[in-house]
Ligand binder design. Structure first.
Ligand code: HEM
Length: 471
């Protein structure tokens, strides 16, 4: 039982109805990013920061121990039911990322089972990744020596890898429809942030100023994504052979046919597919782009990475996942990118399913909880936190398995894509750096490490020249 004396955590002064909204608006001008605003307030009010926005309560938790505690206590493993989170799933909590309770539990377990059955985490996954690396290297060979905007370059390869397992399909690197869909997901991620934004705090405003608060555009992006997914599911229905499931969608459809009462519904399947597209694409591509950005800014790091590739892999073959244990420097570059450019800056919000105590405070049922992951990775506990230095993860030639990096979360809600994401990042970087040296075009500014705010952080547009290392 929670003591009556436990209070909601402290935070900046609130105004009637809008709570802290005005303070966010003002401080965003100064700090530019939502996670920086939370960080500046946490320094004042403490590691358990209590905010209010109308009826919505948001608590921001900082520091490794508290992040670990929230991530591992069952009472905090629900997801918010605010408007922004549920408008993508017909106003309900469906799928994995934004569902909870028994629906989430079963769907997560069954999805993981099917993903594995169709190659997730196995050798066939590596074959899929290697094929995408090969195509991407070919594309860069075709435009080698000329400046290219890189920000979209991993979209289709990364989508293809997961989509082959989920929907048995891959698209060419210049498939117009998929290029457009990926752009839409990027746009969607920039239209809001993990605290849910105005649409969650004052959802009725969508009836009054729908364009101004982003509702019209967010809705239209969702509609297009749903259209694509529905079409894909229909194609599967039309050609299914229940004795020979081809991919995850087939497996779910067969379960629906055979166990109608207990299987997930078609709406749920739609959201599972949407979860895979959204969670699996933007996070990895943004991290990959930041990795390119840091390599192009840090010539010495790039050189050292190429030397490791040359020594371990050589030129006669392409890199494979078996090389990973022997390539500690590459692993350190990856960890340093996940640290310094933590794209999931505040994770995915959790929600208290009951009143609960955290530290000295009361976290009322229904409170959203953001985890200050970016802050954890860039605080002064690190030596020179603003400097990109992979060596910080190495000691006497070995990798320090640092549990200070919590980029993928912890506990029952932990990211299901960590293994895949790391394999993809390793493979794309080693395949590219084996063949090319990355340079900033003459006359272009050095790309900025300042991100663009959003659901995940992304890099500002920049160009790179892929210069062939060997003629
Ligand atoms: C660099 C890449 C990635 C990062 C940084 C990342 C980060 C995260 C984080 C922080 C969470 C929330 C954990 C929590 O709620 O405490 C999460 C959840 C999730 N991620 Fe990832 N992720 C990445 C790649 C992927 C990929 C490739 C997939 C596709 C399979 C994926 C699928 C998911 C799903 C489905 C969830 C929700 C899990 C749940 O709520 O039970 N992620 N991810």
């Amino acid at each position: 039982k929670i003591s009556n004396r436990a209070l909601y955590p402290p935070g900046p002064p609130t105004f009637p109805i809008i709570g802290n909204m005005l303070s966010v608006y003002i401080d965003l001008k100064k700090h530019k990013y939502h996670h920086k605003v939370w960080q500046s307030w946490s320094r004042i009010y403490g590691n358990i920061l209590g905010l209010k926005f109308g009826l919505i309560r948001i608590v921001v938790v900082s520091g490794r121990e508290l992040i670990r505690e929230v991530s591992t206590r069952e009472v905090f493993d629900s997801r918010p039911d605010g408007f922004l989170y549920t408008m993508r799933s017909f106003g309900k909590k469906l799928g994995i990322v934004f569902s909870d309770g028994p629906v989430w539990n079963t769907t997560r377990r069954v999805l993981l089972k099917y993903l594995k059955h169709f190659g997730y985490g196995t050798r066939s996954m590596e074959v899929f990744i290697a094929e995408e690396c090969r195509d991407l290297v070919m594309l860069r060979i075709s435009d080698a020596g000329t400046p290219v905007f890189v920000n979209q370059m991993f979209h289709i390869p990364i989508t293809n890898i997961l989509w082959r397992i989920v929907a048995g399909k891959r698209y060419s690197l210049n498939d117009k429809r998929l290029v457009r869909l990926c752009e839409l997901v990027t746009r969607l991620f920039r239209l809001s942030n993990m605290s849910g934004g105005v649409l969650t705090i004052l959802p009725f405003l969508r009836h009054i100023i729908p364009d101004l608060i982003g509702f019209t555009e967010i809705k239209s992006v969702h509609n297009k994504l749903h259209e694509f997914i529905l079409e894909t599911i229909k194609e599967h229905r039309d050609s299914i052979d229940i004795n020979n499931p081809r991919d995850v969608i087939d497996a779910f459809l067969i379960e629906m046919i055979e166990h109608k009462a207990t299987a997930i519904t078609e709406e749920e399947l739609q959201i599972v597919c949407l979860d895979m597209l959204e969670a699996g694409m933007e996070t990895v591509t943004n991290t990959a782009i930041f990795m390119l950005l840091h390599l192009v800014r840090n010539e010495k790091v790039q050189k050292r990475l190429q030397t490791e590739i040359d020594n371990v892999v050589g030129l006669s073959r392409t890199p494979s996942l078996d090389d990973r244990p022997n390539m500690v420097y590459t692993e350190a570059v990856l960890l340093e990118t996940l640290r310094i450019s933590s794209v999931a800056a505040v994770g995915i919000p959790h929600m208290a399913r009951e009143d609960a105590r955290l530290g000295d405070y009361l976290i009322p049922k229904g409170t959203y909880i953001l985890l200050a992951i970016h802050d954890l990775h860039n605080s002064n506990d690190w030596e020179d936190p603003d400097i990109f230095r992979p060596e910080r993860f190495l000691k006497e030639g070995s990798l320090i398995q640092d549990d200070k990096i919590l980029a993928f979360g912890l506990g029952r809600r932990r990211c299901i894509g960590e293994g895949l994401a790391k394999s993809e990042l390793f493979m794309f970087m080693t395949h590219l750096l084996q063949k090319f040296t990355l340079k900033v075009p003459d006359g272009d500014p050095m790309p900025s490490t300042d991100p663009i705010d959003g659901i995940t952080l992304s890099a500002k547009p920049f160009r790179v020249i892929f210069e062939p290392r060997f003629k």
